[in-house]
Ligand binder design. Structure first.
Ligand SMILES: Nc1nc2c(c(=O)[nH]1)N[C@H]1C(S)=C(S)[C@@H](COP(=O)(O)O)O[C@H]1N2
Ligand SMILES: [Mo]
Length: 420
């Protein structure tokens, strides 16, 4: 089967699905312009609704630590509450990560929340009309859908030890603490506007209803971005319990920890806000980083550029012809090129990029490989349209964040003819 042959049903279906995604990605809400006028001239605007609505079903309530089924062929399990997507399970799939395969990162168990009694409270010195929203009220507001990546700041952490010889605290993620989904929700700015956000407001902090009330602030500017959302649907389905039902924040381009799940309260403040999730964790602590009091290190906001092969770690495959596939991503820009090395970094070749290549999501790529028996170290190195590229080393930080060395994607492939 030829990769580009549109007469082949499977290829055609994939191309059509990708085209659909591409169109959808361009339909971001336009009314934000009006809101920005409001922020400068102080005039209120009426909110209209009536966009097509999704039919939402009640998800199953939580029993254990995570609700969804996390079979070992799809996930690596860390202590039951952190579930890493296996990259080999993405081979042959489309652009989006299905909800069933999306990584989970909880600080404690997934909470059970009844959306009938659930409320979102918006309050603090930065709003003039503090108020509550019910689930139905929130869903009746104008909504948008965006296709974006969500990635844990600790994605790649295990390589600080296995590649650079220094062990960092936290779950030993390989590269599967990332996913791309279509997120549907109400722009956060709509909700802030209804609560009478003041022009003097500084920070906005969503807070979770989980046991530790996980919360982390963002600047008002980030909160007002048109694709910063209060999400209620993921890939067209009701937001699953493990991913934040009934409502999660989605803060594109920023570390996953900013996208607070199970949001019950949003504090808007005229003073800078802090929580342990931006003073002690999710900060870069190490001799190469500056403390930033009250934070113990450099506070992480944006994610960086990385690549992964759609292969198992230490994959074994028969010698012969292979189509090696992978994906690369960079927070807030498109990928311009991806180079692959099959010999541990001695020589590099350009990978073919496959549309769609969406800003803030990822691009799929592939290379042909006629593998002779032996052991190989595969590496991938992406460069984005702003010229960012993957480095050859990353200065160590105690909690192991933002590791994105090009050899991150290394695999040892032992190909013996005839033996799998
Ligand atoms: N309330 C709450 N929100 C949270 C977390 C949490 O433990 N509690 N984990 C955060 C972290 S560290 C990440 S990486 C993402 C993971 O989102 P996911 O589980 O939907 O993939 O959620 C973030 N939001
Ligand atoms: Mo995370």
């Amino acid at each position: 089967m030829k990769e580009n042959d549109l007469l082949v049903e499977k290829v055609y279906q994939q191309a059509r699905a990708d085209e659909f995604i591409w169109q959808k990605a361009k339909t971001l809400g336009m009314s934000r312009k009006k809101f920005l006028q409001f922020m400068t001239v102080g005039a209120g605007i009426a909110i209209g609704s009536g966009l097509p609505r999704l039919r939402l079903e009640e998800p199953a309530l939580a029993a254990g630590e995570v609700v969804k089924s996390v079979p070992p062929e799809l996930f690596y399990d860390y202590k039951g509450i952190q579930q890493e997507m296996r990259w080999e399970a993405m081979y042959d799939r489309g652009y989006l990560v299905p909800n069933e395969l999306f990584y989970v990162r909880n600080h404690t168990a997934t909470p059970k929340i009844d959306q009938k009694t659930w409320r979102l409270r918006v309050e603090g010195s930065g709003v003039s009309r503090p108020r509550e929203f019910t689930y139905d009220e929130l869903l009746s507001l104008p909504s948008v859908s965006v296709i974006r990546a969500l990635e844990c700041a600790g994605n790649g952490r295990s390589f600080f030890e296995s590649v650079q010889g220094k062990k960092a605290d936290g779950a030993p993620w390989k590269l599967g603490a990332i996913g791309v989904a279509e997120w549907t929700g109400v722009p956060l700015w709509e909700v802030l506007q209804l609560a009478g956000v003041k022009r003097t407001a500084k920070d906005v902090m969503p807070e979770g209803l989980d046991e530790k009330k996980v919360r982390r602030p963002m600047s008002l500017a980030k909160a007002l971005e048109e694709d910063t959302l209060l999400v209620y649907a993921m890939n067209g389905q009701t937001l699953p319990a493990d991913h934040g039902f009934p409502i999660r924040a989605f803060v594109p381009g920023w570390l996953g920890a900013a996208s607070i799940k199970w949001v019950g309260r949003i504090e808007v403040s005229e003073k800078p806000l802090f929580s342990t999730w931006n003073t002690e964790s999710y900060v870069l602590i190490g001799s190469d980083y500056q403390p930033n009091p009250p934070a113990k290190g450099t506070i992480i906001t944006a994610q960086n550029i990385k690549s992964a092969f759609e292969l198992a770690w230490d994959a074994k495959m028969p010698a012969g012809e292979h189509l090696l596939r992978g994906r690369s991503w960079s927070a807030g820009s498109k990928i311009a090129k991806v180079e692959v090395s099959l010999d541990g970094g001695k020589t590099w070749q350009a990978a073919r990029l496959r549309e769609p290549n969406l800003d803030g999501a990822w691009v799929r790529w592939d290379v042909d490989w006629n593998a002779r028996p032996g052991k190989y170290q595969l590496q991938a190195k992406a460069t984005d349209t702003k010229g960012n590229t993957q480095p050859t080393s990353v200065p160590f930080n105690a909690k192991g964040y933002l590791y994105n060395v090009s050899s991150t994607a290394q695999k040892i492939v032992g190909g013996r003819a005839g033996k799998p």
